[in-house]
Design a protein around this ligand. Structure first.
Ligand code: ADP
Ligand code: MG
Length: 780
């Protein structure tokens, strides 16, 4: 038994006592006998015998106590065991035997040299300090020397014995070395190496060795392939313990890494602890050298667990700091305190063909309050597809205009930009607000004209794509920035636009609702407004799963809808036919559908069209020049066609759920009942089927993104965009919501008490070491 198993068992006795599975008459005797049985183990550890002695003494009189006090005493025991664990199962690295600074180049460490150093640099290890955070990918449990007879197939074992025989074979080009190892029980195991002739130099019959590897049993014969070995003269020399497994590159072996790291982590003693004492105490975390030792060369699995817990907290704690310091920085800047009268918005609202929902009114009030303050607004407006975010942003832009400032609206695609522009221009003209559109494809002469007007304050609201953030786009007085579908933009792009004004107010909008914990982690620096209600009179979109061979029934259904004057989308994942994937391409289907629905007119839209072509098609669809639009996913975001009631998505299994949700959101934007058909191939996996069924059962964007996120993981969920989320090694942003919340609260408390971290110099240094780049972007 290992000491940690002993403690675990002791704890088990306490649990049994607490739940009365062991009566109080027996309680003491049970633990006493258990300790007695393990006296060898106890005596091996310095001072443990006395401690166990007083532990037992504490429980001796338990039977004579009242039930209440018995319970109390048993509960006390858990704490005692935890103390023993901390004392006996955790250790720190040895003290460094040389006096090297943390930034010492890795090549100066014994056993490294220039060649290995260059390989290590590929891993990002340049100096001593870098090794601390280069974590093993796994561990080997070599705490115990096993008898050959006790090893079972597939088990990883450490075995000690004498080499009693050697054989060399050649099969084709394969050279096989076989050694027979015999242990003190006279059991044998065969060790084999393939094409590793150099082993002969080290191993010969007559030697005593310790080997570690996976035991295989074939025809009753035990063997190990390519085991790790150590030549020894006595069993005492065998290296035992929990060993790290590092990722390797050619020219760097596991043993090299272990030797190097054994030395480098000693220098963790030189690192100044950056986690505040209060935090270490509060969560019973372990200090820096102990957690670095614990993650590389844990004394016990308990040590490893503690190290992981502490490092995980460290990740989120420092990240939350970076996020909240960012927020602090934004808020410490003087923004524009707008003196909003609201006359113009009143007029605008009276002209709207609908009434604002309560939710829209509420979020607008939140935005307005922010804009009145003299700190810049930094707000994220979340609302499901079709919840009516555009009108909210229009209200903000109007307020901003009324106060004499220019506004900018940045959207991810030019189709969307054009549609937004059309809508805003139409709405704003009546109010005397001058709008312009700026795209990458805008003609040079037009660009020049727009830029001139912009700097002369002759444009009030500029709408566009990334083109807005080009260097030579200058505003006279930018007061409000609206960034639509904000998750599609990287941090840098967002900042570039913001910097076109003097701390303008910023409104981010997203229709990819992000689950709460994730929003908290990702957008901790933003205030969040949420549109919780859909415009009234909307019917829930009916989502139906259909197999390919039932397409004809859908066509019949569509015919009926078209007769009513409604419009239909067909969406395909690819534009060109791919022989391998056998996907029906939009272009090909376009031909088929064109003849099928000739009466109603059919249009085609795909990514290879020029922006002008796309725009013309979209416009014609809006004006009902045709009623069926065949498209690839370019229609994905934002595009608004009120009379569209049917969305057919072919090869639905090839889309991500968030994308499906966006596509589905293109219909059901009026009082009419809308339908979404997810057409799949016959043979999709059960998993996919299940996922799509879940999707069909909800129209709530938050639920969809939860399902999607669980399914794909955060990396893919956010795509390749520069989303500002670091590569957490231990933290699982989906499954650690409580920890994230705790860390966030801890950070808030510290910043409140000491906003500039004057009392936390080491902490501050570490935050800037990790996130300095991001934080400095804001300062320039
Ligand atoms: P999204 O939030 O997806 O950007 P939009 O702002 O494009 O949604 O709005 C979707 C549709 O709903 C638009 O046609 C818009 O005019 C309409 N709309 C917005 N607010 C309301 C409302 N309060 N009542 C009725 N229709 C509304
Ligand atoms: Mg929108």
């Amino acid at each position: 038994m290992h000491l940690e198993d002993f403690f675990n068992n002791l704890e088990l006795f306490l649990n049994l006592g607490l739940s009365k599975k062991i009566s109080s008459d027996n309680f003491f005797n049970e633990i006493y006998n258990f300790c007695k049985k393990n006296i060898d183990l106890i005596e091996k550890e310095k001072g443990l015998k006395e401690k166990i002695g007083s532990f037992l003494a504490y429980y001796k009189p338990i039977n004579s106590l009242s039930e209440e006090r018995q319970t109390k005493r048993i509960k006390e025991g858990f704490k005692l065991i935890e103390k023993l664990r901390n004392q006996y199962l955790i250790d720190e690295p040895k003290l460094p035997h040389k006096d090297l600074p943390l930034k010492t180049d890795i090549k100066f460490i014994k056993g490294v040299g220039n060649k290995r150093a260059s390989i290590m640099r590929e891993f990002g290890i340049n100096n001593i300090e870098d090794t601390f955070y280069f974590f093993p990918r796994d561990y080997e449990d070599r705490r115990e020397i096993k008898k050959i007879i006790d090893c079972y197939h597939g088990q990883n074992c450490l075995i000690v014995g004498n080499i009693v025989n050697f054989e060399e074979k050649k099969i084709g080009t394969l050279k096989i070395l076989s050694y027979v190892l015999e242990d003190t029980d006279n059991s044998i195991i065969v060790l084999t190496w393939f094409n590793q002739d150099f082993i002969k130099k080290f191993l010969q019959p007559g030697l005593k060795v310790a080997v570690y590897g996976t035991v295989e049993i074939e025809f009753g014969r035990k063997q190990m392939k390519n085991p790790d070995f150590q030549i020894i003269s006595s069993i005492k020399e065998v290296k035992t313990g929990i060993f790290p497994i590092y990722s390797l590159r050619k020219g760097l072996y596991q043993n090299n890494m272990r030797t190097i790291f054994t030395e480098t982590i000693e220098y963790s003693h030189y690192m100044k602890e950056f986690l505040p004492d209060k935090i270490l105490e509060k969560y019973n975390f372990i200090d820096f050298p102990k957690r670095i030792k614990g993650i590389h060369f844990p004394k016990s699995f308990y040590h490893l667990k503690k190290a992981k817990e502490t490092l995980k907290y460290e990740e989120i704690f420092l990240f939350e700091f970076s996020v909240l310091i960012q927020k602090q920085k934004i808020q410490s800047k003087e923004g524009i305190a707008k003196n909003i009268k609201g006359e113009l918005t009143k007029k605008f609202i009276s002209l709207l063909p609908f009434k604002l929902t309560n939710s829209q009114k509420k979020v607008f009030e939140e935005i307005r309050k922010d804009m009145k303050k003299n700190i810049p607004m930094n707000r994220l407006l979340q609302g499901d597809v079709g919840s009516g975010k555009t009108v909210v942003s229009e209200l903000a832009l109007i307020d901003n205009f009324e106060c004499g400032f220019q506004g900018a609206v940045m959207v991810p695609t030019s189709v969307l930009a054009k549609q937004q522009y059309k809508k805003l221009k139409n709405d704003f003209e009546k109010l005397g607000i001058k709008t312009e559109l700026l795209l990458g494809e805008t003609k040079k002469s037009d660009k020049k004209r727009i830029k001139e007007k912009l700097i002369n304050n002759e444009i009030d609201v500029l709408i566009g794509t990334h083109a807005l953030i080009q260097d030579d786009v200058e505003f006279k007085s930018l007061g409000l920035v609206v960034i639509d579908e904000q998750h599609r933009f990287g941090v840098k792009q967002r900042l570039a636009l913001i910097k076109k004004g003097k701390m303008p107010d910023i409104l981010f909008m997203t229709a990819t609702p992000i689950p709460r914990t994730l929003a908290m982690t990702l957008y901790g620096d933003l205030d969040v407004s949420l549109i919780t209600e859909m415009p009234t009179g909307r019917k829930k979109i009916k989502t139906l799963l259909v197999k390919e061979n039932k397409l004809n029934e859908i066509y019949k259904f569509i015919e009926k809808e078209l007769k009513l004057g409604n419009q239909v989308f067909f969406v395909y994942p690819l534009i060109d036919e791919s022989e391998i994937l056998d996907l029906k391409a939009a272009t090909e289907m376009y031909e088929i559908l064109k003849s099928k629905f000739k009466k109603y007119g059919v249009g085609l839209l795909h990514g290879k069209m020029t922006s002008d072509e796309k725009n013309t098609i979209m416009e014609k669809f809006v004006t009902k020049d045709f009623h069926v639009l065949v498209s690839t996913t370019v229609i994905e975001v934002g595009v608004d066609i009120p009379d569209a009631t049917v969305m057919v998505i072919e090869h639905a299994e090839r889309f991500g759920l968030s994308q499906l949700h966006q596509l589905r959101g293109r219909v059901g934007r009026s009082k009419k009942q809308a339908y979404c058909f997810l057409v799949t191939s016959q043979n999709i996996s059960n998993e996919t089927q299940e996922k799509l069924i879940k999707f069909a059962s909800t129209t709530n964007g938050f639920e969809v993104s939860e399902i999607d996120l669980q399914w794909r993981g955060p990396g893919k969920f956010f795509g390749t965009e520069q989303h500002g989320l670091p590569d957490f090694k231990f933290l699982d942003i989906l499954n650690d919501p409580e920890l994230i919340e705790k860390a966030r609260n801890d950070v808030l408390r510290i910043l409140e008490e000491d906003p500039h971290l004057k009392k936390y110099k080491n902490l501050k240094k570490e935050i800037y070491r990790r996130y300095g780049k991001k934080l400095k972007m804001l300062e320039a």
